[in-house]
Design a protein around this ligand. Structure first.
Ligand code: SF4
Ligand code: SF4
Length: 69
């Protein structure tokens, strides 16, 4: 199962099977795009994304796909 968020041409896809809820993406995102919801990452503030790719790079499970990264 995956969560997909879209906004203004940005797509973030989070693989819920891979995500272990470590919170690294929440901590590293400079614009607070991510939140943990029931111990899994979600990206409710995707409209704030500046496409820096830090979330994709930091995720230890390879759970995040970003169309710009
Ligand atoms: S960094 Fe990866 S494994 Fe950790 S909460 Fe975010 S998506 Fe899940
Ligand atoms: S690409 Fe950068 S700004 Fe966008 S969600 Fe990931 S860490 Fe946040």
């Amino acid at each position: 199962m995956a969560v997909e968020e879209f906004k203004d041409g940005v797509t973030i896809r989070i693989d819920c099977e891979k995500c272990d809820g470590c919170g690294d993406c929440v901590e590293i995102c400079p614009t607070e795009v991510y939140k943990l919801v029931e111990s899994r990452a979600a990206a409710p503030n995707i409209g704030e994304c500046i496409e820096c790719c830090a979330c994709v790079e930091v995720c230890p499970e390879g759970a995040i796909e970003h169309d710009a990264c």
